[in-house]
Write a protein that binds this ligand. Structure first.
Ligand code: DSN
Length: 426
């Protein structure tokens, strides 16, 4: 029987089907992407999309909140438990809005923020020059060491003492090493700054206990709910009790109107999934796969920023291969390996055509791939780079990728036992 979408809009239905085929027939190595479970997908595509719910549970501006209040409270409770946080706001539409919410909860326009420079691995919203976060606030970016590829806390401390920011941001989008959140907290305290930690990339590793949580050391923790956390596309803020009202006011009515209840509902489901031993095993495998991929790439003579990885991502410095990231990313895409070109610390080339390539393992791990497949993928990448102008070789790798993908189908129906409600685990 045809679905309603297929009947009503066959063209869009077909395009979605094509995207499904692309996602299943390619090796997705963009570290911020993943596959959600069927349960998360169902919650996201539910009637919750029909409901406006401006405000917070028990304090809404529209009636008809009998169910939304219950769901939002469940989402908050699950997030608080998972991250061991005093307070959780699950309404931000995205990580970018969550970050802006964190800053506006703590400081005023014109105040100084200090975050990792975008070209060294930070996010746009950590104060990069084209982001409103550098227009509303004065931004002082900190670098990573161009020699080691790692954070240098002496440099960060010196910059903090010189510029006296009101907010110091820890966290990154392209940093392959574990971040010492306690050290950031100490520097922030010493210069009288608030500490905002953005763990969008590593949230899944934090809840699995693989990376140390910033919750004890940060005033506000910002995250997305997708990436390693494997939920729908959304944002969240966690904070200490003392900032709870300011955070809630910053998100609504400060930055947003009604929350996207379908996303918030799917976040609640994803948090139940993340609160399981199966998720912890998944997150551990994400890191093992990244290490296996990194080691094999090193064997092939690739240079890795910082020499390796502690998390779910790898940053390749392609300069010794005499080819830039964009050309490699496009060739890999033709070989059904999906990555993104990226700057490397101190990149002599511009962000639009940089020297690096960013790889990550959250999505391949969800498909059940392990170290042998990670190594095979490194071999594919090496063959493409070594044959960057040989389209026949690239197309051939595409066929091998398709074969590998067929052995690890997208687990559309993977279901993690829900310990919040054992009866619903089927
Ligand atoms: N765009 C995301 C990433 O790929 O890292 C961050 O928001």
């Amino acid at each position: 029987m045809k679905t309603a979408l297929e009947q009503y809009d066959p063209q869009i239905f077909e395009l979605i089907r094509q995207e499904e085929a692309r996602q299943s027939g390619s090796i997705r190595l963009i570290p911020s992407e993943n596959y959600v479970s069927k349960a998360v997908m169902q919650a996201s595509a539910s009637c919750m999309t029909n409901k406006y719910a401006e405000g917070y549970p028990g304090r809404r501006y529209y009636e008809g909140q009998q169910v939304t209040d219950l769901i939002e409270k469940m989402a908050q409770q699950r997030v608080k438990k998972l991250f061991k946080a005093d307070h959780a706001n699950v309404q931000p539409y995205s990580g970018s809005v969550a970050n802006l919410g964190a800053y506006t909860a703590l400081i005023n326009p014109g105040d100084t923020i200090m975050g990792m420079s975008l070209i060294h691995g930070g996010h746009l919203t950590h104060g990069w020059k084209v982001s409103v976060t550098s227009k509303f606030f004065k931004s002082v970016p900190y670098p990573v060491s161009t020699e080691t590829g790692r954070l240098d806390f002496n440099v960060i401390e010196e910059l903090a003492k010189e510029h006296r920011p009101k907010v110091i941001i820890s966290g990154a989008t392209a940093y392959p090493r574990e971040i010492d959140f306690e050290a950031f907290g100490t520097i922030a305290r010493d210069v009288g700054a608030y500490h905002v930690s953005d763990i969008a990339h590593i949230a899944g590793l934090v809840v699995a206990g693989i990376h140390k949580s910033p919750v004890p050391y940060a005033d506000i923790v910002s995250t997305t709910s997708h990436k390693t956390l494997r939920g729908p596309r959304g944002g969240m803020l966690l904070c200490k009790k003392e900032h709870a009202d300011a955070v809630d006011r910053a998100v609504f009515p400060g930055l947003q109107g009604g929350p996207h209840m379908h996303t918030l509902t799917a976040i609640a489901v994803a948090m139940a999934e993340a609160d399981t031993p199966e998720f912890v095993a998944y997150a551990k495998q994400v890191v093992k796969n990244a290490k296996a991929l990194a080691e094999r790439l090193l064997e092939h003579g690739f240079n890795l920023v910082s020499g390796g990885t502690d998390n779910h991502l790898i940053l390749l410095d392609l300069r010794n291969k005499n080819v830039r990231g964009k050309k490699v990313a496009k060739a890999l895409d033709r070989a059904r390996i999906v990555t993104n070109y990226n700057t490397i610390p101190g990149d002599p080339s511009p962000p639009a055509d940089p020297s690096g390539l960013r790889l990550g393992t959250p999505a391949i791990t969800t498909r059940g791939m392990k170290e042998p497949e990670a190594r095979q993928i490194a071999d594919f990448i090496n063959t493409v780079v070594e044959n960057i102008d040989n389209e026949a070789v690239i197309q051939n790798i595409g066929k091998e990728v398709l074969l590998l993908c067929s052995q690890f189908p997208v687990p559309e129906h993977f279901i993690i036992p829900n310990k919040h409600n054992a009866a619903s685990s089927r």
